[in-house]
Design a protein around this ligand. Structure first.
Ligand code: ZN
Length: 255
């Protein structure tokens, strides 16, 4: 271990070297050349102490099928809030495109109008059943495999989903099946069973456990799109020449 402490400090430090290194790893790090440069440590973290907060967590996946003709069976979880926002899909951004939440007011896309107008998007937590890609359980299934994810719904898809329950049923008392349309654009929603299969086989506890990490709505809400300011949106659309962005200036701090 490196020892760059002064002699008078060394006397006190020696018995605690191991502890100090564990609880305060930053103490042994090389001092910055000009300490005044590093005056903003709001985002400082302790790589050991903040382990729980920093470690990667499994993301909340979209459960809608990606392949044409594939079907997914799912149920919505009662008691979990859904979220809605006006959004834009920026096709050319990040090669794959990027969905942003409309910043309102000075939104550069809303100003263009027409096809660029914002679109309402709803996201809801969903429990997906493992099936053979057709939404049906195999004959030997006693308890289906469950996983948690989300669905996102355009206004059309939301209407279609809402029309699925029969008289006396609601969105939470049925299993749905969703199939990617053969033209590859959008999904078809249908009612599959009532009550939902997880209730029929008494898997409420499993569903509650799967949903528990998402009850605060943070992960679900983040699936609506990226939160951007009108200026950040302009930079995404037109590149850095469009405006000066504070985030670009920040990079120079490290030069
Ligand atoms: Zn907008």
């Amino acid at each position: 271990m490196k020892n760059n402490v002064k002699n008078d400090e060394l006397i006190d430090e020696i018995p605690q070297v191991t502890t100090a290194a564990t609880t305060n790893p930053a103490a042994a790090v090389v001092q910055p050349l000009t300490p005044t440069q590093v005056d903003d440590d709001d985002d400082a973290v302790d790589l050991i102490g903040d382990y729980e907060a920093l470690k990667s967590k499994p993301g909340l996946p979209c459960i809608l099928p990606k392949e044409q003709g594939k079907t997914v069976r799912f149920a919505l979880v009662k008691g979990v809030k859904a979220f809605v926002k006006q959004t834009h899909f920026l096709a050319g951004v990040n090669s794959k495109g990027c969905t942003v939440i409309c910043p309102g007011g000075d939104c550069p896309e809303c100003k263009k109008g027409g096809d660029h107008a914002s679109r309402r998007k709803v996201v809801a937590l969903a429990i997906k059943y493992e099936t053979n890609g057709d939404g049906k359980f195999t004959a030997s299934t006693i308890k289906p495999s469950l996983s948690v994810g989300f669905i996102n719904l355009s206004p059309t898809a939301y209407t279609e989903l809402s029309d699925c329950p029969s008289e006396g049923e609601d969105l939470y008392s049925v299993d749905f099946k969703v199939t990617k349309k053969t033209n590859g654009i959008g999904w078809t929603f249908n009612r599959m069973s009532s009550p939902p299969s997880y209730l029929k086989v008494q898997m409420e506890a499993e569903v509650a456990e799967l949903a528990a990490p998402y009850l605060d709505g943070k992960a679900l809400k983040s699936r609506l799109g990226k939160v951007v300011s009108p200026i950040e949106m302009k930079v995404m659309l037109f590149g850095s020449a469009a405006d000066t962005s504070p985030t670009l200036d920040d990079l120079n701090v490290w030069d």
